[in-house]
Design a protein around this ligand. Structure first.
Ligand code: NAD
Length: 306
């Protein structure tokens, strides 16, 4: 069966997701949609010219009708953070854009898996799930897959260990109230809490650096896109190849640790049908409190949508 992804938003993030998919030859077809049709056409041409060096992906720009046969639709359209601005501050600007886009997607393809990337990603994922509750397992936000990758990169660099041997998650909001799960973080199967080269000071510094990475990057180059491009391509591969990967994506939480009716990141299993299993994660008491704080921050932000 042909694998097809539609990417809405041909800006920095949307085009980098497309480029990541092309370089890794993950899908047969990519369809790009943007309000700015000239931008979409130009991004598509540039992407097409990379294909002869790497693979065989077909790329086109189109309309929402073209997403009728896409297995996955990725929403990246809308405003990005300005230097010093939090993700939650984008909520008013992006909620209206995303609401209409999600409607277009599901009216053309009720079965599509929808990946939200636009920020604030958790609040906008929740907006989509509230509107299409029957699709709750097919709607997910990239959530803290990016933060967890930053975390693993920094831990690997500090410990001088291949980051693929570091198993550590940042969960909760993709934003200021996210939290690290030190209680379950391991290197191989050795608990990082027991690692003699990881002091409390190191732990604070590494988590802070991971949490604030976007602010630092945006100060220097206005936006972040390479890591989310690679992360989103990884997520799309898990879906189209039915990998059943465990990933911390944002999804509807229904009662875990008393948290309800909010989207945030906890580890789930992702495959062709979307979220195929929600994992019951053990958190320390302190981590449970941080989860509740993160959920409360996200609920407050969602309540601001007019
Ligand atoms: P950008 O400004 O480069 O691109 C946004 C694009 O959206 C523009 O091309 C614009 O024309 C298009 N657009 C706006 N309204 C539209 C609509 N109604 N329909 C179709 N297209 C529309 O911004 P960017 O740097 O690509 O960032 C996009 C979003 O991704 C931002 O919200 C940013 O905060 C978010 N982001 C999320 C993560 C994450 O981890 N979830 C990481 C990085 C960026």
């Amino acid at each position: 069966m042909k694998t097809k992804v539609t990417i809405i938003g041909a800006g920095m993030v949307g085009s980098t997701i497309a480029y990541s998919l092309v370089l890794q030859d993950i899908v047969d077809e990519i369809n790009v949609i943007d309000l700015n049709t000239d931008l979409a056409k130009s991004q598509v041409m540039d992407l097409q010219h990379s294909v002869p060096f790497v693979g065989r992906t077909t790329i086109s720009s189109g309309s929402y009708a073209d997403c009728s046969d896409s297995q996955v639709t990725v929403v990246t359209c809308g405003a990005a953070q300005k230097p010093g601005e939090s993700r939650l501050a984008l909520v008013q600007r992006n909620a209206a854009i995303v609401e209409s886009v999600v409607e277009e997607v599901f009216s053309n393809n009720p079965k599509s898996i929808l990946i939200m990337v636009t920020n604030p990603v958790d609040v906008l994922t929740h907006l989509a799930v509230k509107k299409y509750p029957q699709n709750k397992n097919r709607i997910m936000g990239t959530g803290t897959i990016l933060d967890s990758a930053r975390f693993r990169h920094l831990l690997g660099a500090h410990l001088d260990i291949d980051n693929r041997s570091i198993h550590a998650y940042i969960l909760g909001e993709h934003g200021d109230s996210e939290f690290p799960v030190w209680s379950a973080a391991t290197m191989g199967n050795m608990r990082l809490l027991d690692h003699r080269d990881l002091s409390d000071g190191d732990k604070h510094r590494i988590f802070d650096e991971a949490k604030n990475a976007a602010y630092t990057i945006i100060e220097g180059k206005q936006s972040t896109y390479y890591a989310i491009g690679a992360g989103c391509a990884h997520l799309i591969r898990a879906i189209v190849r039915n990998r059943k990967s465990v990933l911390a994506v944002s999804h509807l939480i229904e009662g875990m640790y008393g948290v309800e009716d909010v989207c945030l990141s906890m580890p789930v299993v992702v495959g062709r049908e979307g979220i195929v299993e929600r994992l019951q994660v053990e958190l320390s008491e302190e981590e449970q409190d941080l989860l509740l704080t993160s959920a409360a921050a996200l609920k407050a932000a969602a309540a601001e949508i007019k």
